[in-house]
Ligand binder design. Structure first.
Ligand SMILES: *Cc1c(COP(=O)(O)O)cnc(C)c1O
Length: 297
């Protein structure tokens, strides 16, 4: 089993919070593992067990050149003794960026595919070609999202229930983590997702579809907010960078610029807009991903 460090729930102080009568806490899941951090740990947990049970020697997965998922999977494969192949979107650029050089140093074999071909990655023929090229492997989809990832996030969600809160906030990429939270809370608290993509409306349908894997009927106690993307996936605005620097100075820990930073920006905006009931307690999830800073430098 992957090593796991217990993580705290930490209070966030702030004038605006007092002004609007809400309490804000953050679950520091970024601290759960030095390399397989945040939600990626939980998304990989049962996939690694399944690969082991099936006596697979090799993991294969997909991602972009700065992907937290590629980084985490490479580290997990190393720790658990799997060979690992990363199918990377786009051409190779040398020298390798920090994410890919970390992955390679973990032993991940990098296989580049053109952006055009990458779009067809969910076609059966694409996977069959990879099997022919690399031999048998245990397949983990882009972002790690599948039914076993959701099972892991549900287990994590149960660990939150000893804390009393009204809202749980999470950044949303593929929606796998959000679906796991909805399934794990089973209608209890409100789940608020913050899309990190431009035009994230379509993600509502994706979350709904992923809920079928939880497996639970949509309890309806969730919303996905789509206006805090700061220009789109992997993009940051000047204001966001200022916000993140201030946040770090005030609270003595970092958010990442691609996911948790946009969520926290959105939470503060939503507190102003009155999205959260007066007197309520908000629990934000720090889903990790701090290696993502290296891509901005
Ligand atoms: C991958 C990732 C997410 C997105 O998770 P999904 O399950 O794909 O929605 C959120 N935060 C961080 C830090 C991530 O690395």
């Amino acid at each position: 089993m992957l090593s796991y460090n217990e993580t705290p729930i930490q209070g966030i102080e702030g004038q605006r919070l007092d002004e609007f009568g809400v309490r804000l806490y953050i679950k520091r899941e970024d601290l759960n593992h030095p390399y397989v951090s945040g939600n990626k740990w939980w998304k990989l947990k049962y996939n690694l067990l399944e690969a082991k049970t099936g006596e697979h020697k090799t993991l294969l997965t997909f991602g972009g050149a700065y992907s937290n998922h590629i980084y985490a999977t490479a580290a997990a494969a190393k720790e658990e003794g799997f060979n690992c192949i990363g199918v990377i979107r786009g051409e190779e650029t040398l020298p390798l960026n920090d994410t890919l050089s970390f992955a390679r140093n973990c032993g991940m074999q990098l296989h580049y595919v053109s952006r055009g071909a990458y779009k067809t990655k969910t076609d059966e023929s694409f996977l069959l070609d990879l099997k022919e090229k690399f031999g048998p492997f245990y397949f983990i989809p882009e972002g790690g999202t599948n039914n076993l990832a959701i099972k892991g996030v549900k287990e994590f969600t149960e660990s939150l229930l000893s804390f009393s809160f009204d809202y749980v906030c999470v950044p949303v990429g593929t929606g796998g983590t959000m679906a796991g939270l909805i399934g794990g809370l089973y209608g209890r608290q409100q789940i608020v997702g913050y899309s990190v993509l431009k035009g994230g409306e379509f993600q509502k349908e994706e979350v709904r579809q992923l809920l079928e894997l939880t497996p639970c009927d949509d309890p309806g106690n969730w919303q996905l907010l789509t206006t805090y993307h700061h220009g789109g996936y992997g993009k940051v605005s000047e204001e966001l960078l200022v916000f993140l620097t201030d946040f770090e100075r005030q609270h003595n820990f970092s958010l990442d610029p691609i996911y948790t930073g946009k969520m926290m920006w959105g939470i503060f905006e939503d507190i102003k807009r009155g999205v959260f009931r007066k007197g309520s307690t908000i629990l934000a999830l720090h889903t990790g991903g701090l290696q993502g800073w290296s891509g901005l430098r």
